[in-house]
Design a protein around this ligand. Structure first.
Ligand code: SF4
Length: 333
C-alpha cells in the first residue's frame, strides 16, 4: 500500500534558485536518506555544492544549525519534519515526506470495532497526514461524526508531534474516542496519557488496529515503580537537551533549585544525542530527570537501570504532588 515517500523536490529547487544559494546542507532522518539521491543530483546540476548531514535527525527540534555554521553553508534543507525552530542565522527550507496513500480497504477490516464509537477524533504524524481526509470520508459514510483539530505549532490539521498534542486535544470534548493513523505506538501512547478517552492506533502499513488502553496501564505501572524507586534518591541528574527545540535550561535550573531546597544533591547534564550507556556511566547519580524530548522517558527508560522521570513525576517522587493528582492531570483511566 505505502511503498514510497513523496518528496516535493521542485519546492527545494525553486527555493535554492530564487535565493541564489550556492552551498546547501541537507539534513534528513535515517529512514529518508535512501530517497535523497535524485534531489541531491538535481541540486548539483544547478551548480550547488551539497553537503549531507551525518548526525542523527529524529525530529524538527534538532535543526543542524551548528553543523551548518561550521560547514559554512548558506541554506539548510531539512527533510521529513515541519517547522518548529525559528532560525534567523541560516535560512531553512522544510521538505515534507509523506507516504503515498492508496486505500487498500484496511479501515473496512476494522469497521465493526470502529462503529462502537459514535464520534472519533483523527490524528496522525506528518508522514501519514495525507491519509486523514480519506479516512474521514470513509468513517463519515459509515455514519460516524469525525473531528480533526487544527492544533497549534503544527503544519497540518490533525498532526501531532511527541511533544505537541494540541490538535487532538482541541476536539477532546466532542468525541467518544480517538483514532491515530500512522506507524509506531509512541504518538498514540503519548495522547492516551493525556486523555481519559480511548485511543485506537491504526497502522496502515501492517493493517493492524490496537487499543492503547492496555499499553497505557502497563506504562503507568512502570512509571509508578520508577517514582517509588526515585523517592530514596540522594543525587539527581537533570538532563538538558542541547538541540534547538529541546533546550529548557530555565526549567532544568528551577528543578535543580527545588531538589536542593529539599536537602538533596542535583547536577545538570547537557547532551545532544543520548545513549543509555552514557548515563549509566554516572554511577554516582541515583535518578535522572528529563527536560528534553518526552520520548526519552516514554521509550528509552527501559534501557536504563536508574529511574528517568519527567518533571511532573519528579514532583510526585519528592512528595510535592500525589500520584493520583499526576494521573488526574494526565488521564482519568
Ligand atoms: S522534542 Fe522529541 S517529540 Fe518533540 S519534535 Fe523533538 S524529537 Fe519530536
Amino acid at each position: 500500500m505505502f511503498r514510497i515517500f513523496r518528496l516535493d523536490e521542485d519546492k527545494v529547487l525553486n527555493e535554492v534558485s530564487s535565493r541564489g544559494s550556492k552551498r546547501v546542507l541537507v539534513q534528513a532522518p535515517e529512514g529518508l536518506r535512501p530517497y535523497l539521491k535524485p534531489m541531491v543530483d538535481k541540486l548539483r546540476e544547478l551548480g550547488v555544492t551539497v553537503l549531507l548531514s551525518g548526525n542523527p535527525c529524529y525530529g524538527a527540534c534538532n535543526l543542524a544549525l551548528r553543523e551548518a555554521e561550521m560547514l559554512n553553508v548558506d541554506l539548510i534543507v531539512h527533510v521529513g519534519h515541519s517547522p518548529m525552530v525559528s532560525s534567523s542565522r541560516i535560512p531553512v527550507v522544510y521538505l515534507d515526506a509523506q507516504y503515498i496513500v492508496r486505500e487498500n480497504g484496511c479501515l473496512e477490516r476494522f469497521k465493526e470495532t470502529l462503529l462502537r464509537f459514535r464520534s472519533l477524533g483523527l490524528f496522525s504524524s506528518l508522514q501519514f497526514i495525507g491519509y486523514l481526509e480519506e479516512a474521514r470520508k470513509t468513517l463519515e459514510e459509515w455514519g460516524l461524526k469525525v473531528f480533526i483539530g487544527r492544533g497549534s505549532g503544527v503544519k497540518y490539521p490533525g498532526q501531532v508531534l511527541g511533544c505537541n498534542y494540541t490538535s487532538p486535544l482541541e476536539v477532546e470534548n466532542r468525541v467518544e474516542g480517538f483514532l491515530f493513523i500512522g506507524g509506531g505506538l509512541f504518538h498514540p501512547l503519548g495522547l492516551s496519557l493525556l486523555t481519559s478517552k480511548p485511543v485506537m492506533a491504526l497502522n496502515p502499513l501492517t493493517c493492524s488496529l490496537r487499543d492503547m488502553r492496555d499499553l497505557k496501564r502497563r506504562y503507568l505501572r512502570r512509571r509508578y515503580a520508577s517514582i517509588v524507586e526515585a523517592r530514596d534518591g540522594e543525587v539527581f541528574g537533570i538532563l538538558v537537551g542541547l538541540e534547538p527545540g529541546q533546550f529548557r535550561l530555565g526549567q532544568a535550573e528551577g528543578l535543580k533549585s527545588l531538589i536542593e531546597s529539599l536537602g538533596r544533591e542535583a547536577y545538570l547534564l547537557g547532551f545532544n544525542y543520548l545513549d543509555a550507556s552514557m548515563l549509566e556511566a554516572y554511577t554516582w547519580i541515583d535518578v535522572f530527570v528529563n527536560t528534553a524530548c518526552p520520548r526519552l522517558s516514554l521509550e528509552d527508560s527501559e534501557r536504563l537501570s536508574k529511574p528517568i522521570l519527567s518533571p511532573a513525576e519528579l514532583l510526585v517522587a519528592l512528595g510535592l504532588i500525589r500520584w493520583e493528582e499526576y494521573i488526574g492531570e494526565s488521564s482519568q483511566t
